[in-house]
Write a protein that binds this ligand. Structure first.
Ligand code: SF4
Length: 697
């Protein structure tokens, strides 16, 4: 085939940058940013620009594997692997019932694969134990936006950056984690004098480039946000007309704000009263304000409350639903939004429906052609509870698709015990080995997103078509095809009669009709001809924008204020564990490095794991740069190396999340993180726990 150009999307963060690949049908010859894609307008960060290198990594999995009699994983044919899974899953279902089976999905899969995995699990295997790694990532933002605004999705787009005059980054190191979005912010700052307030315990790259850095104590954002809103009231920045016309619950919130006088907020957050007043003044005086947040907020026990509180600030000041203004959650994965649209967490159903809602269950059963009452009434286990149930022997089989929980889950000792105890662990991944394949009984080779057709929906609700720009290696195939084939082998073929990803998309779009995330009218032909489309997609009678005319998708049509108090996290430092550990990403790597760890240039930029520590703490512990240490918590211990830096304050230490057992056994930060979760979203508090640090050896 002569080289031609096809469009696809970056496999990493939720900015969802469009790519143009020059391909000969088998290989990517050149990869550049798509100048026509609305998220990136042609720009790419280094990770995205080098994405094609992951396709040819030596660690690509080419064939299915099954565990043989001698305990080792041996290659097998796709047919035998599918048959083995269908037989063993069928046996466990027959002997122990649907609640013994779980499916664990990923925000890196195409929406078509996420949808099909959820359909098979909740509709046909009849287990609601279908969750995804969005539980570790966006669950709090999703829960908070749904409660406050009635729909799970930010009400603005990346193009609003060019209209804004001020930005808040709270719990977001966008310069490293969402570089193209941050590049747009920086250009706006340079060209228009827009300012950026960065709230982060660390002096990250984002903080260093902001107008103002507030180095709060981990987990105290909510106190700062309540304090800011109180000062906005004092400065007369409240939009009384907007509150009266479009919201409910202001009076209760207004009453609670009395408790958040600047002196108290300063004491909770560990910053000065002057910093709080100066930042509040920017917020109060800037009409066009965007607040970005991500894991620093979501991965805490107050993640949902903090999301509500960010939205409170925008509702009370009327800074929402206008150009350059609004709350903007940045998605960690390329297609977490698509999965959330299709209900791929244990409480969800397609079309942003809920398992708990009887009418929603009935609608989905009818659309899937299932008898009434087929879908269980109770939400299944969230990710943390799923592995705990496995440890107790309640869940006996799990199918893990496109994610690496034996490295990414908090409190890894529990996860490992669960996976060791399970009778059937199916791992579907594009790479081998991973920390999770070690526990697998069957391993299925998945295609990467550049090797298949499908769709991704990015942080700002933009649906993009992925065209196949390379051939998958060996027997690797798109994830949705493995799900379809197992469904067929189990006798559900009539409901999984899909020959192409576009057929699945048509069914998915139908599931969203009349829902806040309405995608009716979108199909592959439109995506190919007209480019990316955003939901809600305008068609006859449908709104032209999310919350159009300030009509929110709540039962009353009004946005909801929530009075959310600051509550100190349960796990506090003490004499035995005197330091607070926070976690995060580095510039060059992504998640558990299955992809980025295969790219030499990225490994040169960020070559190894470390523990960042303030010089004061290092001195007190007698540790110098490069010292080997054990980081200990109430759950386990992790080995690493000290990096002494003033970018982090005394009493707080930082470890990146990317390096795990394949790097060095015991190197994962998740050996020590807590499985304490946000009570509403069930997102684990990966961002904060109490630890001690001691010299190793
Ligand atoms: Fe990919 Fe995100 Fe970089 Fe864009 S900003 S190229 S989506 S990693």
């Amino acid at each position: 085939m002569l080289p031609e150009q096809r469009k696809t999307v970056c496999p990493y963060c939720g900015v969802g940058c469009g790519l143009v690949a020059t391909t000969d049908g088998k290989r990517v010859l050149k990869l550049v940013g798509d100048p026509e894609h609305p998220a990136n307008l042609g720009r790419l960060c280094l990770k995205g620009a080098l994405a094609a290198q992951t396709l040819v990594a030596p660690s690509r999995l080419r064939h299915a594997l099954v565990r043989g009699a001698d305990g080792s994983l041996v290659p097998t044919t796709p047919e035998e692997a599918v048959g083995e899974i269908a037989t063993r899953l069928g046996r466990i279902l027959a002997e122990h019932g649907p609640s013994a089976v779980a499916v664990y999905l990923s925000g890196q899969l195409t929406t078509e694969a996420q949808y099909l995995g959820n359909k098979l699990g909740k509709g046909f295997l009849r287990t609601n134990h279908v969750d995804s790694n969005s539980r570790l990532c966006m669950a709090s933002a999703a829960a908070g936006m749904t409660l406050s605004l009635g729909a799970d999705g930010p009400p603005l787009t990346f193009a609003d950056i060019e209209e804004a005059d001020a930005f808040v980054f709270i719990g977001s190191n966008a310069a490293d984690c969402h570089p193209v979005a941050f590049d747009r912010v920086q250009r706006r700052m340079k060209t228009s004098g827009a300012r950026a307030i960065v709230v982060d315990p660390r002096r990250t790259k984002t903080a260093a480039q902001g107008t103002m850095h507030l180095a709060v104590r981990p987990g105290t954002d909510i106190a700062l946000l309540n304090g800011w809103l109180r000062l906005c009231v004092e400065m007369g920045a409240i939009d009384e007309a907007f509150i009266a016309a479009h919201t409910e619950g202001w009076d209760e919130l207004r009453g609670m704000l009395d408790e958040y006088e600047p002196a108290r907020v300063a004491a909770i957050c560990g910053i000065s009263e002057g910093e709080i007043r100066a930042s509040a003044e920017i917020i109060a005086k800037t009409e066009r304000l965007i607040s970005f947040w991500t894991m620093g907020v979501n991965q805490t026990t107050l993640g949902t409350f903090t999301t509500n509180t960010i939205i409170n600030l925008h509702l009370a000041t009327g800074r929402i639903g206008k150009p350059g203004a609004g709350p903007f959650s940045l998605t960690g994965q390329p297609n977490a939004m698509g999965g959330r649209d299709m209900g791929y967490m244990s409480h969800g159903l397609p079309g942003q429906r809920k398992v708990l809602d009887e009418a929603h269950r009935a609608e989905v059963e009818a659309l899937w052609g299932l008898p009434a009452g087929s879908i269980g009434e109770a939400p299944g286990h969230d990710a943390v509870a799923m592995f705990e149930a496995m440890e107790r022997g309640e869940i006996r089989a799990i199918w893990i698709i496109g994610t690496n929980p034996a490295a990414s889950m908090p409190n890894l000792p529990v996860v490992r015990r669960g996976l060791e105890r399970a009778e059937l662990v199916i791992v579907q991944d594009a790479f081998y080995p991973t920390e999770t394949t070690r526990f697998a009984h069957v391993v299925l080779p998945g295609a990467l997103n550049l090797e298949q057709e499908g769709t991704f929906t990015n942080s700002d609700r933009t649906i993009s078509l992925l065209e196949r720009v390379a051939e998958p290696p060996g027997d690797a195939r798109p994830d949705w095809q493995w799900v379809r084939d197992v469904a067929r082998a189990m006798g559900f073929g009539a409901s999984f009669d899909f020959d192409a990803a576009g057929d699945i998309f048509r069914e998915m779009a139908m599931m969203t009709r009349g829902r806040p995330n309405d995608q009716t009218g979108v199909d592959y032909e439109i995506l190919r001809a007209e480019g990316p489309q955003r939901w809600p997609h305008p068609h006859a009678g449908a709104p032209r924008a999310l919350h159009e005319g300030h009509v929110f998708a709540t039962p009353s049509g009004k946005a909801q204020f929530f009075a959310r108090p600051y509550v100190p996290p349960e796990e506090q430092p003490d004499a035995r564990y005197p330091l607070v550990l926070t976690t995060g990403r580095v510039e060059a790597h992504w998640h558990t490095r299955t992809k980025t760890g295969t790219v030499e240039r990225l490994n040169r930029i960020d070559p190894a794991p470390y523990l960042a520590m303030n010089p004061e703490d290092a001195r007190e512990l007698g540790l110098a740069e490069g010292a080997r240490v054990l980081v200990k918590s109430r759950r386990g211990e992790a080995k690493t190396v000290v990096r002494v830096t003033r970018d982090i304050g005394p009493g707080v230490v930082f470890m990146p999340m990317h390096w795990n057992d394949l790097w060095e056994v015991g190197a994962s930060v998740n050996e020590v993180t807590t499985s304490e979760t946000d009570p509403l979203s069930k997102e684990p508090a990966l961002k904060r726990c109490a630890v001690s640090v001691e010299r190793l050896g």
